[in-house]
Design a protein. Sequence first.
Length: 206
Amino acid sequence: MLKTSSASSSILHCPGVHCAEALLPTKHGMFRAFAIRDAQDAEHIVLVRGEVQGKEGVLVRVHSECLTGDVFGSEKCDCGSQLDLALRAIAKEACGMVCYLRQEGRGIGLTHKIHAYALQEQGLDTVEANVALGFPADAREYRIVDDILRSFDVRSIRLMTNNPDKVRQLEVCGVRIAERVPLLVTPTAHSKSYLETKRTKLGHAI
């Protein structure tokens, strides 16, 4: 089991998860950051605030990497805003986790995502662009999340998401979800059509 020790950093090993940990001060307060390497050698990061071990109903955001939105503040999507809202909610509750998964562009990778952006400039929506590149509308998978939660002995979660399919996929992986907590953001002029596509074609509750 992963232990949120008071050491500044350490290397931990547990079944299915390999990680390093250190304190991470953020604008939302202090978190402990865990770098996770999965069986496919992909690296993810988990941010933990407070004591989550052995608890039910832990507030959790499972967030797929969005470099353009999370880092550069792109207004084409709501990813960066959702991540900020999630961190703010966890800080307010003083207990929770963000599982930040490295599956850019709904799992198609950064280069293909930028190519998809170019296709959107030609009139395709976000789903049509992924399909035109030979990918499913959403290529993400979440098996690592169950490993992570088990490593922290988190018994059940309140999942911050607008995506019912994410709820279903996580439950299939073995994650116990006590509640879905919405993360609603104000659309921008650039994200309005994107959010409408997520609502109508991907079933997001927005």
